[in-house]
Design a protein around this ligand. Structure first.
Ligand code: PHE
Length: 356
């Protein structure tokens, strides 16, 4: 570099631009800026050298230096913006979650894999028991017309039995015609209709699924709960077949020391009807608070298919007879695992769920 008077501005600017371009981070650029414009910079020295020049030359040289400085400042600013953009992009890339990343199996197993909910496990186990007894598994819709949920089951409008079911009505079609099913019994109607249409009797089926009642949840009830329905339709089916099926199921599912008993009851769609009780699984029949000292716990309802139901679906009650039963899957889980309050089934508390 020459003396102040004859300072090669072009050389100074070219060197400055090279240094600016060479800075590869904001931090480096700050250091470059310091070196180019700071107290000990060549530019500063050149400015100081102006003092030794005659006034006219000084003004001219000063103006040139000022311009060089402006251009260097401009170049610094531009590079600073470039580097900031690059650095921000790198930061975002660093923070990005790689959702396709393969997690090492040791990490995964330390997290635990999750499993089916107790109610789902219970449903599967109940299905297995009935499939082993020769039943097929069927399903039906959760929203039903009044006809499937009530009328075809021999519960006409204003029938007092409607009081047994606190019903959720859906705001569809005519008022009070579409309901969230209050039990799985309407699936019986679907199955019998299909069997008649396809001329495919007999029926041996179980029908698990969600049911809905406008009940306030308590220790033994949920507003959204699960039932499993059973239906057998064939020639010559008797109440003894029903009782035997219930007893076989009870000891297969709950264990050989748990038995069943049937007590007279009323359901519009079965005649005769019975309540189906099992040995209290808490006290094994000795009597305790859960079973109110009786040694028995109610699980569901059952009975012989009412001829009025057969007539509703077009099955000749002179030729065919059948039985049906329905009971709570959540109640089964509660009984089998000694769960004091059923509401834990819907609270999603991992400390409860991971025990099963
Ligand atoms: N559907 C009845 C209920 O939920 C139970 C039941 C099913 C009774 C089948 C008899 C026959 O209350």
């Amino acid at each position: 570099m020459s003396t102040a008077g004859t300072l090669d501005h072009a050389e100074l600017e070219a060197s400055a631009r090279a240094q600016i371009a060479g800075a590869s981070s904001t931090e480096q650029l700050t250091a470059v800026e310091q070196a180019l414009l700071g107290k000990r910079s060549a530019l500063k020295a050149a400015k100081q050298g102006l003092g030794g020049l005659p006034p006219e030359e000084r003004r001219e040289a000063g103006a040139v230096l000022q311009e060089v400085q402006h251009r260097i400042e401009g170049a610094l600013e531009e590079r600073s913006r470039e580097l900031a953009a690059v650095e921000r992009a790198a930061l975002l890339a660093d923070d990005r979650l790689d959702l396709t990343e393969v997690v090492a199996s040791q990490v995964l197993s330390s997290l635990g894999r999750g499993h089916l909910h107790l109610v789902t496990q219970t449903r599967d186990a109940l299905e297995d028991v009935f499939v082993a007894m020769g039943f097929v598994v069927a399903e039906g819709p959760e929203a039903e017309t009044d006809w499937y949920n009530f009328e075809a089951l021999n519960i006409p409008p204003a029938h007092p039995a409607r009081g047994m079911y606190d019903t959720f009505y859906l705001d569809l079609g005519e008022p009070e015609t579409v309901v969230l099913r209050t039990h799985t019994s309407p699936v019986q109607i679907h199955l019998m209709e299909e069997a008649v249409a396809a001329a495919r009797l007999p029926i041996h089926a179980v029908m698990p699924g969600r049911c809905f009642r406008r009940d306030t949840p308590d220790a033994r009830h949920l507003a959204v709960f699960h039932q499993i329905e059973g239906l057998v339709v064939d020639r010559g089916i008797t109440f003894a077949d029903l009782a035997g099926t219930i007893e076989t199921f009870t000891s297969a599912y709950f264990g050989p020391d748990i038995h069943s008993r049937l007590r007279p009851a009323y359901f519009p769609f079965t005649e005769p009807s019975a309540e189906f009780e099992i040995t209290c699984t808490i006290c094994r029949g000795a009597g305790c608070r859960t079973c109110s000292g009786t040694g028995w716990i109610e699980l569901g309802g059952c009975g012989m298919v009412d001829p009025a139901v057969f007539e509703a679906v077009g099955i000749d009650p002179e030729q065919f007879s059948g039985f049906a039963f329905g009971f709570g899957i959540d109640r089964c889980a509660q009984m089998r695992h000694g769960i004091a309050d059923m509401r834990v089934l819907i609270e999603n508390d991992i400390r409860f769920l991971e025990q099963f």
